[in-house]
Design a protein around this ligand. Sequence first.
Ligand code: BGP
Length: 477
Amino acid sequence: MGFPKDFLWGGATAANQCEGAWNEDGKGLSTVDVVPFGEDRMKVSRGIMEMLECDDKHSYPAHEAIDFYHRYKEDIALFAEMGFKTYRMSISWTRILPNGDDEVPNEKGIEFYRNVFEELKKYDIEPLVTINHFDTPIALIKKYGGWKDRKMIDAFYHLCEILFTEYKGLVKYWLTFNEINMLLHMPFMGAGILFKEGEDQEQVKYTAANHELIASAKAVKLAHAIDPENKVGCMLAAGQYYPYSCDPKDVWEGFNRDRDNYFFIDVQARGAYPIWAFKRMEKLGVSIELSEEDEADLKEGTVDFIAFSYYCSRCISTDEEILKNHSRGNAVMKAVVNPYLKASEWGWQIDPLGLRLTCNTLYDRYEKPLFIVENGLGANDVVEEDGSIHDEYRVDYMRKHIEVLKDTIDEDGIPILGYTMWGPIDLVSASTGEMKKRYGFIYVDKDNEGKGTLNRSRKDSFFWYKKVIATNGEDLD
Ligand code: BGP
């Protein structure tokens, strides 16, 4: 038993966190280009501070990132050296359509991704493409206010039509929206939403969510129509809530927090809003527009597989005293410290068994194949004098998670298509904008201030992962 023969081992990145070249070759401005480094980052990501262009007071890590745009050949060669079977990446919407809805695409943008896909093909690496990874064109925010406007569905459809047609035969695996449930927590990042004063924020968020869900379903239908070989997945920021105690109030609280996340996947996987979702919106005073045509789209556009990111589980309580013990790492999704778990340097609580629990829950709920498209450890690596990096903590984290995955396949029988760990090469952190929070097997010489040669080097974990892939997950030592 063990991992299936065709298991897709690899790594995952996102355009804005690695490409750089933010204004080259005709690329337009996107949300991720204006999210600054430093203390304003969260305010902008949450849509409570306006930043629709760049200013001199802030720095913007996405502008250069790790310069994958110019170095993709070198980086893909390193992925190939590790034996990658797949590489998850995202498309920058404004590289293809600078204003988000241009009739004719930007040729340079089309060409760049074609070159990347061709390069991957050279090494037999299957691309897994996220169409939208926290990436809304600024021009569409100015025109429509982002995803709160229904017209975004057409703009996204147009983008998808271009991608599915241009890259037919080169790309088979697609994801519609990265961590779609993050929309509720980081509305600007997730949906290009900037709240106006006095605006009903819940109404705006759920309106945008409804639009993204319809857009996602229409994209699935379109992908299948253009090429029946296409396989399209949804993408959930997973990690279950544990009740802090067995007090039923805590259990109920955890159950409901999980539902905030399943709200999205239930629709994408089952093709309709569940009853409780309508009740939840009613309670929030929210109403969404859902025509018969929308309902048909949702029904016909269900996903082929369930992709998700998993870094940690979360713990929740209803006790005011316990709630004060906030987990530092869960600034976006609020949680309390779980006393049974250790945490990363950034306070993300490490819980390998939680991955098995997540896989089982998702499979019980949807009965569709799973794809773990993000998992990894952000850490502050030390470069030794001879240039080596001994990141045994990263190996330890990944080993424990992959071991658990093996049990999930062997003992629970859950179909899992692949595993793309997050950030095989160091890149810009989405939550903090730091370079210092490194996930990679490949080190990139660049610091938080943007200084460094951008040279790449292999960490100890590079050789470990290479062995893991070569033995199809049998040798994890
Ligand atoms: C997920 C995002 C990624 C990635 C990852 C790690 O939420 O999909 O873009 O960055 O988390 O998070 P961070 O970079 O904040 O450490």
